[in-house]
Ligand binder design. Structure first.
Ligand code: ATP
Length: 409
């Protein structure tokens, strides 16, 4: 008998008050390893559409692959996975609806498309269930089982572009307490491993540490999994690490963004790359958010750099009407019914010429004054005159250049 390649996807085990699907997966992986099962490659952490309504935080789902020898092993694995999802999930939270998918077939084009669809658009539990039945996958729904959406997507989405994330986990006694991470050692780790690792620091602040009561102690991102072990050795902590795991992920790949030809084709709760012209000067609204309108021949969309993007707003503030941009981001709820494009980054492709016209300078060195409507200009010092069309056009130096501008980690 040929070996069985079994994919397992898990999602929606956590709540905002605690737990994390990556932690549940890490515990399951340890138990499977302890039982001698053969895990193939890195587990995956797939970030799905950030605008999915029921997400807890980053909308992440996990999956991994095993090579098994018999149906008996498949049954043993399923038992371990389901028991642990049952035990570790925050089932008492009404928003936690775990889903687990077991699949031993080919990742077909249709499955890949479902994965991409879940990363870029909104899908339903029924969409996932229909496809799972069609491909003959085995799946388990706890409560309403919404997690089968992410569980299937984490198995099926293609990962042409990828990064890695090392996650370390705290012991349960420490959940909810201040994380004991030595900040100088994070700076040292960054000095030694950046740019192989990235998003470690943000303006001097430690960015590897979450600020939620979840089991994660810290996470380090890289395009190279080997460097992550080196980085982990440098970071000093004064609390125990229960376990750690390196995930293969679609973070930092822009996979959630779809290119769109014009603004009118965009819809709420989807993520896009779109080009357009700035229509008005960005202005601050209540809460410190910066807003402007982006337009093209087909229509316009309100764009926002929200307050948490902090210094990124300084770049947005420099934009002027007629600047031409490529904007990357997703459309969330906004002031207008069409929603607001939440900017993740933008590329300033063409700067508008910013000019002011002033009364002309006289040869004697004094700036001239208006001689009255339609009568041109007259020098207040020497009395010289100039015609109405002699105004000086002054080009204003811009404080921003062409190029990419990104939100902080
Ligand atoms: P964490 O990152 O801590 O694991 P989370 O932010 O991933 O938490 P979940 O608890 O997994 O949030 O909840 C997200 C829910 O939304 C899951 O049930 C998932 O199946 C579902 N979901 C994910 N993407 C989509 C989508 N594109 N359309 C509809 N539902 C989605």
């Amino acid at each position: 008998m040929n070996n069985i390649l079994l994919y397992i996807g898990i999602d929606d085990t956590d709540s905002s008050s605690g737990m994390c699907t990556t932690y549940v997966t890490c515990v399951i992986l340890s138990k499977l390893k302890d039982c001698g099962f053969n895990i193939i490659g890195f587990p995956r952490l797939i970030r799905l559409n950030p605008f999915a309504r029921f997400k807890t935080r980053g909308n992440g789902a996990t999956s991994f692959k095993l090579e098994l020898k018999s149906d008996k092993e498949v049954d043993e694995v399923k038992k371990i996975v389901l028991e642990n999802v049952q035990q570790l999930s925050v089932l008492q939270d009404e928003r936690t609806n775990p889903g687990v998918v077991f699949y031993d077939g080919e990742i077909t084009q249709e499955l890949q498309e479902f994965g991409l669809e879940t990363i870029r658009n909104i899908v339903t539990i029924q969409d996932a269930e229909t496809l799972l039945n069609k491909v003959g996958a085995d799946f388990y729904k706890f409560k309403n089982g919404r997690g089968i959406i992410g569980a299937l997507a984490a198995i099926s989405c293609p990962l042409n572009d990828k990064t890695y994330e090392l996650l370390t986990y705290r012991i349960p006694e420490n959940y909810g307490t201040t994380r004991q991470i030595n900040h100088e050692s994070v700076v040292e780790m960054n000095d030694n491993t950046y740019p192989d690792t990235f998003d470690n620091l943000d303006q001097g602040y430690v960015a590897i540490e979450p600020h939620t009561p979840c089991p994660v102690l810290y996470g380090i991102r890289s395009e190279n999994p080997e460097i992550l072990c080196q980085a982990k050795d440098i970071v000093k902590i004064s609390e125990p690490v229960e376990r750690s795991c390196i995930y293969l992920t679609n973070q930092h790949t822009d996979m959630h963004l779809q290119k769109v030809g014009n603004i009118s084709e965009m819809n709420k709760f989807k993520c896009y790359i779109v080009e357009g012209t700035v229509r008005n000067k960005p202005h601050v609204i209540e809460g410190g958010h910066l807003i402007f309108t982006l337009g093209d021949d087909s229509g316009q969309v309100e764009c926002a750099a929200y307050e948490p993007t902090k210094q990124f707003r300084e770049f947005v503030r420099e934009l002027e009407p007629e600047d031409f941009l490529r904007v990357y981001g997703g459309i969330g709820e906004g002031i207008t019914p069409k929603g607001t494009l939440n900017i993740e980054k933008f590329e300033l492709l063409k700067l508008a010429d910013l000019v002011v016209s002033k009364n002309p300078m006289c040869d004697c060195g004094k700036r001239m004054k208006s001689a009255g409507t339609g009568k041109g200009f007259k020098c207040p010092k020497c009395g010289s005159k100039l015609g109405e069309d002699e105004k000086d056009t002054i080009i204003i130096q811009r404080n921003i250049k062409k190029g990419f501008y990104e939100t902080p980690p």
